[in-house]
Each structure stands twice: as structure tokens, then as C-alpha cells.
Design a protein around this ligand. Structure first.
Ligand code: UD1
Length: 376
């Protein structure tokens, strides 16, 4: 009698926002209704301890089986280097499928290698569209979905986007949001906000008045000194009525230094921090009066937490966070940011509700579909 090996799924991560998505998927695939082997590949797109290793530890993600160590570079160089290093992995591993998450360069690079080698592609977080092709992530989303055999969506509306792009709806499964699986599972473990705020010159001010959390890293907001300066100016003004905590993405820190804008942050009412761990960020956001961000994931996390979020962008690929959640788009116009922030502080902001299937069980649904597909 010959035994048949369980189908192998190569799972890919590369950058910070991938880590909270892969954590519940690795666990769910390990407990799938039919046995599946997994192999975790880290492209090394993010590599600093604060952007990388700390998330593996806090989220209990298995140590990657393979690290491609690509590091930072231009889009073309980074994407092509990931592709070049990922191809031999598929030759050795011979997987049934490659699973990619989100919309970073690692996502599209590995999907393209797999598709060209005739290996099935599974995309988790498919169908989100900002309709803004100036965002590198939008290009990554559209291309990855075109290459995918199984597409898992976080909101029903994503299916319309995929059908419009000619994707067979039979490949698409609405399962909920794996990032929210991680959030709900981690709430009890979140680091108390007091602990993180202890780094402030006057922590008592942040605790007494409440505080806002600020994150910025999109090229559109941080790469042009004039845009960045305008944003930091209005955020500095806002800090006079609401103290702000500002964990700095390495890209943003570099741009502020290069543009000589550090003096705009030189007030005890703005607490600048290095990138935070997942549990520190979660604890901080859960107690915030307001979050200001240009991140994709944070729009979803604040909706799940019921905390008002102002998104410093003109569009979002996550419209459900505006329609049903606590998110408001404010762009980068200082007057609009100021007015909306003050309004939220006066009224408490939108109440919002948890979107359908953002219930902590998305990864289990995905593993069930993948197991059914792998043994079809
Ligand atoms: C990437 C993703 C973006 C995601 C973001 C979260 C793409 C196209 N972009 O953007 O969608 O929202 O991650 O962080 O994939 N750097 C470090 N240490 C690191 C990683 C980066 O110092 O560990 C610095 C480098 O100077 C690098 C810069 O940050 O050049 C940008 O990194 P990169 O991975 O190119 O893009 P992100 O802006 O992080």
C-alpha cells in the first residue's frame, strides 16, 4: 500500500502587515479538517527587529522555514529579487499551492512566480480596491487577484470588484477578516496603555486628557517634504487639545530627518516612539480617543475596536470601515483634518458596528475551503 503525502501549501510573508494575517492562518491550516503540510517562507522585505521578529514572538507565528532576506530596495529591484529567490523554493518544495496575503510587494512577487510555474495561487484579502493606481499596493492587489485560483474576501462588496475584472465568482469565498481573528484573540494579552505611555515626559497628561494615536508611512504623505510639513503642522496644532502618540515607521523617521522637520514634533504633548510591537499598539489603540492614520490595517482594527479613526487619505480600499465602521476619510487637507478631529472629540465620533463575519473565525473558514480544494 502506498501512502499519499498530504498536499503542501507554501505560505508567504514579507512585511509587517502580513504578520497579523498569517498568524491565525498557520494555526488554522495546521488544524484543517483534512491534513495539509505548510511551509512558511519569509521574503525578508521587512527585517528590523521592531518591524519583524517582535511580531513573530508576540503572535506565536512559527519560525519561517525559509528566509529569502531580500531587504529594502526600489520596487523593481525588491520585487524582482523576491521572484528570483522564490522560484527555486517552489522547485524544491513542489507545493499544491502558494498562499499570499494582503497587498505588499512580496504578495505579488510570489504570486507571479507561482502562476508562471503552474502552481495554484491562494490570495487572502482579495478584491479590495482603492481605484488609485498611484498606490503601489493597488497595482499589487489587481495583479495578485488576476493570478489567483482561490480568492478569499473580507467584505461582500469585494466580489463586485473581482467580477468587474473578469474573475470567475466560483473562485471567490467571502470568509471575513483574518486580521480581526488576530485582534480578537490578542485583546486579553494587549499591553496596558499606561506601560507604553510611561515613555512620555508627562504620562499623567496623556492619561488624564486621553490621547490620540498617529501613524503615517504612505509615500503620498511622507515622501514630499512640503506635504509632510503641512501634515506635521496641523497635527502639532491638534496636540494642543489632544496629546498624541506617534510610533514612527522607519521610512517616516528618515523623511522627517531628511527634511529637517523634527522641531515640529518637539513638544511634550507629542510622544514619538519607535515602531511598536503588536500587543503594545493594540493596547494603545483600544484606549485611544481617536486614531489618525494612513495605514490600511489600522482602519480595520479601529472599526473592530469601536475607536474613531480619521484616515489621512482621499480614498480607501476598505470602504466597509467607512460605511459600517468608525472610519472617516479626511485626506491631507489641514483644515479638514482639524475640523473633523475637533468634531470627533466633541461628539465621540461614529458609533460603528463590526462588519459581517469579522468574528474571529475567518482563518478556520479559509482552512476548511483550502482542505476541500486540496483533496478535490
Ligand atoms: C510596505 C508595504 C506597505 C505596507 C508597509 C507597512 C509595499 C509596496 N509596501 O511599505 O503596503 O503598508 O510595508 O509597513 O510592499 N525599512 C527599515 N526597516 C525595515 C523595513 C523597511 O528601515 O525592516 C525602511 C527602509 O528604509 C525602506 C523603507 O523603510 O526603504 C520602506 O520599506 P518598504 O518595505 O520598501 O516599504 P514600506 O514603506 O515599509
Amino acid at each position: 500500500m502506498t501512502t499519499i503525502a498530504a498536499p503542501k501549501i507554501v505560505c508567504v510573508v514579507g512585511a509587517r502587515p502580513n504578520f497579523m494575517k498569517i498568524a491565525p492562518l498557520m494555526a488554522a491550516l495546521a488544524g484543517a479538517p483534512r491534513p495539509l503540510y505548510t511551509c512558511l517562507v519569509h521574503t525578508g522585505q521587512h527585517y528590523d527587529v521592531a518591524m519583524n521578529q517582535r511580531f513573530f514572538e508576540q503572535l506565536g507565528i512559527p519560525t519561517p522555514d525559509i528566509d529569502l532576506e531580500v531587504g529594502s530596495a526600489t520596487h523593481a529591484v525588491q520585487t524582482s529579487e523576491i521572484m528570483r529567490r522564490f522560484e527555486p523554493v517552489l522547485d524544491v518544495e513542489q507545493p499544491a499551492a502558494v498562499l499570499v496575503v494582503g497587498d505588499v510587494n512580496s504578495t505579488v512577487a510570489c504570486a507571479l512566480v507561482a502562476a508562471k510555474k503552474g502552481v495554484a495561487v491562494i490570495h487572502v484579502e482579495a478584491g479590495l480596491r482603492s481605484f488609485d493606481r498611484t498606490m503601489p499596493e493597488e497595482i499589487n492587489r489587481v495583479l495578485t487577484d488576476q493570478l489567483s485560483d482561490l480568492l478569499f474576501t473580507t467584505e461582500r462588496h469585494a466580489l463586485d470588484n473581482l467580477i468587474r475584472e473578469g474573475i470567475d465568482p466560483a473562485r471567490v469565498h467571502f470568509v471575513g477578516n483574518v486580521m480581526i481573528d488576530t485582534l480578537l484573540a490578542s485583546l486579553k494579552l494587549a499591553a496596558p496603555a499606561e506601560q507604553t505611555l510611561a515613555a512620555a515626559a508627562e504620562p499623567a497628561v496623556f492619561l488624564r486628557e486621553g490621547y490620540g494615536v498617529l501613524t503615517l508611512h504612505r509615500p503620498a504623505n511622507v515622501d514630499q517634504p512640503a506635504v509632510l510639513e503641512r501634515l506635521l503642522q496641523v497635527l502639532g496644532e491638534l496636540s494642543t487639545v489632544l496629546p498624541l502618540v506617534f510610533p514612527l515607521h522607519p521610512r517616516t523617521k528618515a523623511r522627517i530627518d531628511q527634511a529637517g522637520l523634527n522641531s515640529l514634533l518637539d513638544t511634550p504633548r507629542i510622544l514619538c516612539l519607535p515602531p511598536l510591537g503588536y500587543l503594545e499598539m493594540l493596547g494603545l489603540m483600544a484606549r485611544a480617543r481617536l486614531v489618525l492614520t494612513d495605514s490600511g490595517g489600522i482602519q480595520e482594527e479601529t472599526t473592530a475596536l469601536g475607536v474613531p479613526c480619521l484616515t489621512l487619505r482621499d480614498n480607501t480600499e476598505r470602504p466597509i470601515t467607512v460605511a459600517q465602521g468608525t472610519n472617516t476619510l479626511v485626506g491631507s487637507d489641514p483644515e479638514r483634518i482639524r475640523r473633523t478631529a475637533l468634531e470627533v472629540l466633541a461628539t465621540g465620533g461614529k458609533a460603528g458596528r463590526a462588519p459581517e463575519l469579522w468574528d474571529g473565525h475567518a482563518a478556520t473558514r479559509i482552512a476548511t475551503v483550502i482542505a476541500g480544494w486540496a483533496y478535490r
